[in-house]
Design a protein around this ligand. Sequence first.
Ligand code: 6PG
Length: 245
Amino acid sequence: MPDSPLHLFPSTDELSVAVADAFCHCAADAIGQRGLFRVSLSGGSTPKKLYELLAKRDLDWDHIHWFWGDERNVPHDHADSNYRMVREALLNHLPAEQVHAYPVPVDPNDPAATARQYEATMKEAFAGDEFPQWDLALLGMGDDAHTASLFPGTKAIDEQGRWFVENHVEKFDAYRYTLTARAINSARQRWFLIAGANKQTALAQVWKADPERTEAGKIAATQVDQYPSQLIKSPTWFVTQDAIG
Ligand code: 6PG
């Protein structure tokens, strides 16, 4: 079991309701303390229900700034776009004038320029931060233990200086875009949302190895290259029972 907070749920629906409640509290706290709530969203299928639930809540939308922790190398209207998924599940249902969304400006023909441009947008939004101090980073985990688009064996895993990079993923023979581990760990809170029996093996591996850290605090390369979700420091885990087994 992890050494950071774990919340178990019988179903994705119940997990999503609990995360929606926690999200509302987190947003209200951030806005109350700092006047703004800046969140990095995860893509994939697990958080969709959460985003749909948030659309029905009463949040101070005008003081929430939405960013994406990772994106596919596709246009915004493509079925695989994380931005499209969030727009349809959540943003399209909010008062348009109160939506402050910063999607990845994907140019499928120029991944490097896309990543640099989005990194510049983040650096403007988080001016003065060494790494972006998100109020919250939402994360998923694939059945191969990837998170964001930090896939096993890919170059972005070792990136120490950049905030946001293009990352070629061999198994898809395609580029993805992702926050680097340091740009996720700089968040005030990091939440994993994990559901489904197909995540059992990966989750057990991520939790099993207690990655030894070098004096620089860097996790030993052997582990994280295979189980990139181990890169995330002290996350809060929101997990369905079937992902534990
Ligand atoms: C993406 C995600 C990715 C996702 C995992 C889990 O762009 O796909 O950001 O990291 O969180 O792949 O995806 P599911 O929630 O669909 O299992």
